[in-house]
Write a protein that binds this ligand. Structure first.
Ligand code: ADP
Length: 487
């Protein structure tokens, strides 16, 4: 049931407003005490007024009961004094008085209706045993009482031990109590209405003031939506608004960084793509300018143009691989792969390139290794590293690839006898389009994207890559990848 109510509240558009909820809460909390106080006070007043009336009337009737004994009224009802007294008291309390004798016969009724009748009610019986009874009927507005008529000499230990000779049965009106209650109720209602108006005004003001800082936050965020500002937002009014704004500022900073790196990337990409095109244009233009160029010259220039086209193609292929890997939910096609076999195949494919510069390529495998990896992606990563080791090597140099494993990881070390990397560049080499020696890298057909792709692939396998190098002596890349893939 509560869930249903909660859902309905959540769906109601007005109640979704925190301001309206706070307002309603304050109004309810302000009104409940007023209502409770009115009900409790009026009930208490009624109880007290009835009790006072009962004790006042019962005292009066006790005196009359004594008079009845004194005038022997139970035996002879002709006493004018008593009759007048009874009529007077009945009038005074706007009620009726009956006197019942030992035979349960009504010997006097101030209304004159029931005289001679027999009354055997529970109250009368109890009263004959010496017990006063009272009964208040709030709905019809009267109190009913019975008072024993006893001959009390003053020597008895208790009145209850004296036998009752008759019973005084009276009912008195409580209209005046009800009247006072009605007046009080009206006054309380007026007071309550005034209080409610005050509560409504105060609740409205409080709910408005309390939410002003949140309005400031939303206003500041809307301003940011229209265009980034370099300023950080600040709404220090509450701890809560401070937290929201802090989180928002963090997101903003991240967005700015992303925006900056996106801009850098786009300008790098266009620059890189334009370079081979510019070379091709220069080559084509110079051929066109020479009217009687020899077929050999054409062949040479066309060869150069083909090389540039090849370069452009490589950049685009690398960019596409990078974009695919950059997708946050890039698909991993994990299978159990024999890493020794994978490396052997790679070496076989790369040996012809190494042969050009007479570079010796060796594979040292310390143990058979099988691991859960994405074969295509890992081949791409390792082939980039081995290709680099060959590309940035010297004539007659060497490349050593060694494979090892423990119970958790397998590691591939790729060592070379090449130009080396300055220590200050260890971090930058993984950035897109970054090259240590730009002209040399371009000469040998580098795009500056290889290591960025490699690191992405290794991180996707929850692995790590480290570089150590001595300039002009050689470089070692160490790759460590878990044997079992975990998402
Ligand atoms: P590129 O396509 O230019 O090789 P990479 O991202 O693969 O791009 O490498 C970035 C840069 O790191 C290279 O330009 C090169 O200067 C340097 N580098 C990478 N591997 C080696 C290596 N084995 N020896 C020396 N320098 C290297």
């Amino acid at each position: 049931m509560w869930k249903g109510i909660r859902d309905r509240i959540a769906r109601s558009s007005l109640l979704r407003s925190l301001r309206v909820r706070i307002f309603l809460l304050l109004v309810i909390m302000g009104m409940i005490p007023g209502i409770v106080m009115r009900v409790v006070l009026l009930h208490n007043y009624e109880e007290r007024a009835v009790n006072v009336k009962i004790s006042e009337v019962s005292n009066q009737f006790k005196i009359i009961a004594n008079h009845l004994i004194y005038y022997n009224y139970l035996q002879d009802t002709s006493s004018d004094v008593i009759n007048a007294e009874l009529d007077q008291i009945a009038n005074l309390y706007d009620g009726r008085v009956l006197i019942v004798n030992k035979g349960f016969k009504v010997i006097k009724d101030t209304y004159g209706i029931s005289e001679g009748k027999i009354i055997i009610s529970e109250e009368v019986m109890r009263c004959f045993k010496g017990e006063n009874t009272t009964h208040y009927d709030g709905e019809d507005g009267f109190i009913e009482m019975t008072i024993p008529i006893q001959r009390v000499t003053g020597e008895e230990s208790s009145i209850a031990s004296v036998p009752a000779e008759g019973v005084l049965l009276c009912s008195i009106s409580t209209d005046n109590i009800q009247l006072t209650i009605n007046i009080l109720e009206k006054k309380a209602f007026l007071l309550e209405v005034m209080m409610y108006i005050l509560i409504l005004l105060i609740s409205f003001a409080i709910s408005y003031v309390l939410l002003v800082p949140f309005q400031k936050v939303s206003h500041a965020i809307s301003e940011v939506k229209e265009g980034y500002t370099d300023e950080a937002l600040s709404v220090p009014d509450y701890e809560e608004t401070e937290h929201i704004v802090d989180a928002f500022n963090q997101v903003l900073t991240r967005m700015r960084t992303l925006d900056q790196s996106r801009q850098e990337f786009v300008s790098n990409v266009s620059h890189e793509l334009r370079t081979p095109l510019a070379s091709m244009k220069v080559l084509a233009d110079s051929l066109l300018m020479q009217e009687d160029a020899s077929p050999e010259l054409y062949r040479e220039f066309m060869g150069d143009i083909a090389e540039e086209i090849e370069r452009e193609n490589k950049i685009i292929t690398d960019l596409l691989s990078l974009v695919k890997l950059d997708k946050t939910n890039a698909q991993m096609n994990i299978t159990m792969v024999d890493i020794n076999e994978l490396l052997e195949l790679l070496m076989k494919r790369l040996k012809p390139i190494a042969r050009k510069d007479n570079i010796e390529v060796v594979l040292e495998s310390n143990r058979p290794v099988t691991a859960e990896v994405d074969e295509v992606k890992l081949t791409l990563a390792l082939s980039n590293l081995i290709e680099n080791a060959i590309k940035y090597n010297r004539q007659n140099g060497w490349v050593r690839v060694s494979l090892d494993a423990d119970h958790q990881f397998f590691s591939v070390a790729i060592e070379d006898s090449g130009v080396g990397i300055p220590e200050s560049e260890y971090e930058q080499i993984y950035e897109r389009f970054y090259r240590v020696d730009k002209s040399h890298s371009r000469e040998i057909g580098g795009t500056g994207l290889g290591l960025s792709i490699t690191r992405n692939v290794i991180l996707m396998h929850r692995g790590s890559i480290q570089v150590s190098s001595v300039e002009q002596e050689g470089t070692t890349f160490l790759v460590k990848i878990p044997l079992t893939y975990s998402k």
